[in-house]
Ligand binder design. Structure first.
Ligand SMILES: Nc1ncnc2c1ncn2[C@@H]1O[C@H](COP(=O)(O)OP(=O)(O)OP(=O)(O)O)[C@@H](O)[C@H]1O
Ligand SMILES: [Mg+2]
Length: 363
């Protein structure tokens, strides 16, 4: 996938901007609040997903403007594509190759990208929920059926938890618990298995990406971890649910299952979350994102575009150099404040972003 031309009108703080990116690394630099992230977000919206900053559609239209218009020419599946996005009245609609598609979500799968934004650092810094969300989103991109499985699991879990809360007042409900345990065990085992397999495939790529970023100075290892053991089977999960019924009724929620699993990240054998430095945590998340991009490539048969927002801060020159000059074969959009990295960019293209405008570099 390659972005060939981008045009934004009345989008965020951008009144009108055009961008002809190069097929390699595109650096967007400039002071704070100039519109660098806005530009990346504009590209990201063509994936059909919501803003990676969690913005509501109405917030994307330039203050005082009526509607935002985004147009992008890109190459995907060996074809030239022309996408348009219209944001108006809090709604987002898409046109592809001059054919109206309706809601922007219809673009999913046409333009593929992987994004790193500083919010994703929570993958290395926060609790397991973030990492489960990462895995679930990544698997959904590869296997749309997984989304349905996951929502079935979550629905069953909600039902079982509601029942657990009712049981103390209506003891006779205890008999109905078995139906839910059985159903939860079946869907839960499938969820855990999909995640386990994904992490098994992700591992080698993440470890390799980390070696590249850190120039071999320390090693990342990742592992899917579950209280139910290496591989959660329906039988084992069911047995655990039955065994913990008493505790679960007392607590009012389900105390074991894939909704409590984690993906362990370690550097030279120590948890990244507690022992990783800022740069190491950032490098770990980046390695995960680059590995995600590699697996997505295997899934869709071509390389997604990589969007790296504010990725260079906290990284030393060696790590910055890897991102600027060694991501061969990928189209990358990278934002930073400091112009210094632009001088170290061996190939690629740099643009200065100022007050929502793209300018020639001044370094
Ligand atoms: N709908 C909108 N209309 C006009 N301006 C907006 C709108 N939404 C956001 N902005 C403005 O866009 C500006 C730039 O935002 P952006 O996040 O792209 O900055 P940035 O260049 O990435 O800065 P930083 O280096 O701090 O990350 C902000 O000052 C914000 O107030
Ligand atoms: Mg920004």
């Amino acid at each position: 996938v390659r972005v060939q031309h981008l045009r934004l009108c009345d989008y965020r703080n951008i009144q009108e901007a055009q961008f002809l990116p190069c097929p390699g690394v595109n650096v967007l630099y400039g002071e704070n609040a100039q519109g660098k992230t806005n530009l990346l977000e504009g590209i990201w919206l063509f994936t059909g997903g919501r803003s990676f900053r969690g913005a509501r559609d109405a917030e994307l239209v330039r203050f005082g403007g009526q509607r935002a218009e985004l147009a992008m020419e890109f190459a995907a599946q060996e074809r030239e594509m022309q996408g348009e996005l219209l944001i108006e009245g809090g709604r987002r609609t898409a046109v592809l190759n001059h054919v109206p598609l309706g809601p922007a979500s219809a673009l999913v799968g046409k333009f593929c990208a992987v994004v790193f934004s500083p919010q994703h650092l929570s993958l290395a810094r926060d609790g397991p929920a973030e990492r489960r969300r990462f895995l679930d989103a990544a698997i959904c991109q590869l296997k749309p059926a997984y989304a349905a499985l996951l929502s079935r699991y979550q629905h069953t879990l909600t039902q079982r938890n509601a029942l657990l809360k009712d049981i103390p007042r209506h003891a006779e409900l205890m008999d109905t618990l078995d139906i839910w345990d059985e159903k939860l065990a079946r869907t839960g085992a499938a969820v855990a298995r999909a995640r386990y397999m994904y992490v098994e495939r992700l591992r080698a790529h993440a470890e390799e990406a980390y070696r590249g970023i850190a120039d071999g100075r320390e090693g990342l290892s990742i592992r899917y971890s579950s209280a139910l053991g290496e591989e959660t089977t329906a039988e084992r999960f069911y047995a655990a649910l039955v065994g913990r019924r008493g505790e679960d009724v007392a607590a009012g929620f389900t105390s074991c299952g894939p909704h409590r699993d984690d993906m362990e990240l370690q550097l030279d054998g120590r948890p990244v979350r507690t022992f990783g430095s800022q740069g190491q945590q950032r490098s770990s998340v980046l390695a995960l994102k680059l590995a995600e991009a590699t697996l997505l490539t295997e899934g869709i048969g071509e390389r997604p575009v990589i969007l790296l927002d504010d990725v260079l801060s906290e990284l030393d020159a060696v790590r910055q150099d890897y991102l600027l000059n060694h991501l061969d074969g990928w189209q990358v959009f990278l934002t930073c404040c400091d112009p210094a990295p632009v001088l170290r960019l061996a190939g690629g293209l740099a643009r200065r972003v100022r007050a929502g405008e793209l300018l020639e570099p001044d370094v």
